[in-house]
Design a protein around this ligand. Structure first.
Ligand code: ATP
Ligand code: MG
Length: 427
């Protein structure tokens, strides 16, 4: 047995890990500006949570969940699941804390790994991270639009080009959904021969699922009745308002009447965010409104709306884009001789206090060896300090991108590096 990683699981090393954490850092920063509070949810939940929310007929519940068993138990105990998505846990936690009745208006974000048994490919893994937002207690179109505007802000900051695809699935009860479901059921029964084996089952249990069949969903959705044609007056107004808010903020969107999400709980607004810079797995985020979910999970009738961004897919888009994502120039510091080493240690500390990433290089070897390490680590600057420099209160500052070297007073190194870094185009 080779001790290799499991299929569909990743080791992110160096720049790959950095790209992922830049997406996470920026997402947290944007969340702060939208006054969202953080929620940390467990890695495991009871299986029933997903059956009642994500849905008995969803792909996640029927074939993608990792069911966990303790090492002292026999097979067949199937009540714990490694979380495949965040929304059900957030809703459960919100209800469990009594907030749905006491203080229903809440805005949360979460960040962390999700597990799904997927067919692995680029941008599709069995463990991936999501940054998600959930807003409770707001039924208005502005709150849906604000989520999309927030994603637009984040992708802008990351320098990514994206497009929003939006649709309205109508309300669950009593207006749009029953008529739409009936129309779909009728359509499906009339086109049974064109549906795959699985869809024969799905049709009777939840006809919406035939629209996102992985085998032939696109073609079926094209021919099938559209939810937009079944919207009641309020749902139509809600959708028009969402579009107006987006237009006002110049968020690029297209209406996709075929868009249904793979999860059962969506009502009204549903959307996906598609990036121009990633290949086949181009959806970097998705979300929508879920006005019935809190009640479905045993809470009060509180509306909700939310989304989740895939961190790894967004990081891939970032790496494929032109955008310069590491703003700080890296600095290598070399001390020559015992005194030089001591001085270099202090100088490194000063520069780090000024937020520069500094690596102190080993000096047990020749200067040339240190320079090789510096260029391998991608340093933009090398600072050299020896006894001669100490005596004169200076350092040698070598700018590797401009290929220049000059003397700088010890107290002015940070400033000189910042200035030189700003003057050069990003690498
Ligand atoms: P897809 O249609 O690509 O399977 P989904 O509809 O299952 O996506 P959601 O559950 O809504 O996706 O998750 C939101 C985002 O999380 C996706 O847009 C994507 O960026 C990311 N994501 C979902 N599944 C994976 C995965 N297996 N690997 C990596 N990222 C994923
Ligand atoms: Mg999926």
């Amino acid at each position: 047995m080779g001790l290799t990683r499991l299929r569909g699981f990743q080791d992110l090393i160096g720049p790959d890990a950095r790209a992922a954490s830049i997406v996470e850092e920026r997402a947290r920063a944007v969340a702060r500006r939208y006054n969202l509070s953080e929620i940390r949810i467990p890695m495991m939940e009871r299986i029933q949570l997903y059956q009642h929310s994500t849905g008995e007929t969803s792909d996640i519940v029927t074939k993608q969940m990792y069911v966990v068993r303790r090492s002292d138990e026999g097979a067949g105990t199937d009540d714990m699941v490694l979380r495949p998505e965040g929304t059900p846990s957030v809703v459960r936690a919100y209800i469990e804390a009594g907030l749905d009745r006491r203080d229903p208006y809440q805005r949360y974000y979460y960040l962390g790994p999700m597990l799904r048994y997927e067919r692995p490919q680029k941008g599709r893994y069995r463990q991936f991270n999501q940054f998600g937002v959930e807003i409770f207690g707001r039924a208005d179109a502005a709150s849906d639009a604000e989520l999309m505007i927030m994603i637009d802000d984040l992708t802008h900051e990351l320098g990514l080009q994206v497009r929003f695809e939006i649709n309205s699935l109508g309300c669950d009860e009593p207006n749009c959904r029953p008529a739409f479901r009936a129309a779909l059921l009728e359509f499906g029964r009339a086109h049974l021969k064109e549906l795959c084996e699985d869809c024969h089952q799905r049709l009777e249990r939840n006809p919406l699922r035939i629209l996102d069949c992985k085998i032939d969903g696109d073609r079926i959705a094209e021919a099938a009745p559209k939810s937009l044609d079944y919207l009641c007056d309020e749902c139509r107004k809600h959708f028009d308002d969402v579009k107006q808010f987006l237009s006002r903020r110049a968020v690029p969107f297209v209406v996709k009447p075929n868009l249904v999400r793979g999860l059962d709980y969506y009502t009204r607004t549903a959307f996906e965010v598609v990036s121009a810079s990633v290949g086949a797995q181009s959806a970097i985020a998705a979300g929508g409104r879920y006005d019935g979910l809190v009640k479905e999970l045993g809470g009060a009738a509180v509306p909700g709306t939310g989304f989740a961004i895939g961190i790894e897919r967004t990081a891939l888009a970032l790496q494929a884009s032109e955008s310069k994502f590491d703003a700080h120039p890296r600095v290598a510091l070399v001390g020559l001789g015992d005194q030089g080493n001591l001085a270099a240690m202090s100088l490194a500390h000063d520069l780090r206090e000024r937020d520069l990433p500094v690596e102190l290089l080993p000096t047990d070897r020749k200067l040339k060896a240190a320079l090789t390490i510096a260029s391998r680590m991608g340093a933009a600057f090398i600072v050299i300090i020896g006894e001669n420099e100490i005596a004169r209160g200076v350092v040698q500052l070598r700018d590797l991108r401009a290929s220049t070297q000059r003397e700088v007073a010890q107290g002015e190194v940070a400033e000189a590096i910042r200035k030189a870094a700003d003057a050069l185009p990003p690498d």
